[in-house]
Write a protein that binds this ligand. Structure first.
Ligand SMILES: [Zn+2]
Length: 426
């Protein structure tokens, strides 16, 4: 393909760059519409509101969603068992559905045409995909929705697809070479594996493989790994985040630095204990409300932990960004009112090469939480220097004061939990 500018562009510029106040009003209006629709058509949504003593008219603004409990994924399985096949969550007649997906659980999910709004398409354009791209879709097409959602959404922007699925690496490589595939969709690790395969087949990744842009998901993407893949293939790689049920919930633009929420869905970050929205920038559970008229999920919990960043982005999109996904909510520990996740603790310790291994121990002292980093050190480490630096890093990353204890080698049990919560509650 001729050189294309993949570094900027929008699917719908007016909507994606809307003034933040107008955007809030837009979300409030869409919320009112979808709640009225879901209450009338989806018995489980009606039940959720009725049990909370909330009328559809009480949910006028995004803040009002806090009047409702969060529906966790595990509850879907139970809802569907009681009221098969969709647990009363689908607001369209079953004969209108185009596809039905089977996700682990099992959870049955409607794959109706209207299930496909343009959120993945926004993500593709932001990632640098353009009309005319030929995309190799290497996610699994069987049973689960993700690959099919992407395939349909690529069509929406005028790109063509090769629905490959997983496996068959030699055929995938041959196809990329023969057809001049310009775009990759899959996990970062599978892209690396295809690169290895191509090289084993005697191909040159820059000359024989014409990949220009990649869309990755479903795996962590360390920056070092991204940089390695981008350099190896000479391509742009951007990532996205969503769930099988709710679809796309955020995506990177060319500028990176977090993942924009699509303009047309609501993402809240909530305290997993109380369901209350946290302050901007604070971590909590990603909870979404999507405006899909077939499958209108209202306050649906992802179980994933992240935070929202409302800073301006040079790309021009005004929607906030999710910072990276920090882990699962069921792994967090609350210390002095703040959520501490193993991934954050690792990020603290990762700044210091002299720490060989560590464990965070949480205890109570006179009704106050105490968080202590037990660290084993490399021989010869200057402890007097390390201690204040480590304490500063704990404060910086976790926003909570932490104690530091240097322990003898072998003290931290191998395979131990990163956070050992020893508090006893009576
Ligand atoms: Zn941006």
């Amino acid at each position: 393909m001729a050189a294309i500018d993949r570094t900027k562009g929008f699917l719908d510029e007016a909507m994606e760059t809307m003034d933040p106040d107008q955007h809030r009003e837009y979300l409030d209006r869409e919320l009112q519409k979808i709640v009225a629709h879901a209450y009338a058509g989806a018995p489980a949504v009606k039940d959720k509101l009725d049990r909370a003593g909330v009328a559809p008219g009480d949910l006028r603004r995004v803040e009002d969603l806090q009047k409702l409990p969060v529906t966790e994924k595990a509850e879907l399985v139970e809802l569907q068992r009681r009221d098969p096949p969709f647990g009363g969550l689908v607001a369209a007649p079953l004969e209108q559905l185009r596809r039905i997906f089977v996700s682990p659980g099992p959870i049955y999910e409607p794959g109706d045409q209207s299930y496909l709004d343009n959120r993945w398409a926004q993500a593709f354009v932001a990632a640098g995909f353009r009309a005319g791209d030929l995309g190799l879709v290497t996610f699994n097409f069987n049973m689960v929705p993700f690959a099919n959602m992407l395939d349909d959404s690529l069509n929406m922007i005028g790109a063509k697809t090769i629905p490959m699925g997983v496996g068959n690496r030699d055929i995938q490589v041959q196809t990329m070479k023969d057809l001049g595939v310009s775009a990759y969709l899959g996990t970062p690790s599978f892209l690396a594996a295809l690169g290895d395969k191509a090289e084993a087949m005697g191909l040159d990744l820059e000359k024989d493989i014409k990949l220009e842009v990649g869309f990755v998901a479903a795996e962590m993407l360390p920056e070092s790994f991204r940089a390695e893949l981008e350099a190896r293939f000479g391509m742009i790689i951007r990532q996205s985040y969503g769930t099988a049920d709710a679809g796309c919930l955020s995506f990177e633009c060319y500028q990176k630095g977090g993942m924009h929420v699509p303009y047309n869905c609501i993402v809240e970050i909530v305290d997993p204990d109380t369901g209350r929205q946290v302050e901007p920038g604070q971590p909590g559970e990603v909870v979404c409300t999507v405006f899909d008229r077939t499958y209108p999920l209202i306050r649906f919990g992802s179980g994933d932990l992240s935070a929202l960043d409302y800073g301006e982005c040079p790309c021009g999109r005004t929607a906030p960004k999710l910072t990276r996904i920090m882990g699962r909510v069921d792994q967090v520990t609350k210390v002095k009112g703040m959520f501490i996740h193993p991934g954050q603790a690792r990020a603290v310790v990762g700044r210091f090469e002299s720490i060989k291994c560590f464990q965070v121990v949480v205890t109570r002292d006179r009704h106050k939480d105490v968080m202590t980093f037990h660290c084993e050190l490399e021989p010869g480490t200057n402890m007097a220097e390390l201690e204040p630096a480590l304490k500063a890093a704990i404060q910086d990353v976790l926003r909570v004061r932490g104690e530091v204890e240097f322990v003898a080698p072998g003290t931290v049990p191998s395979g131990a939990k990163v956070i050992d919560d020893r508090r006893v509650w009576d």
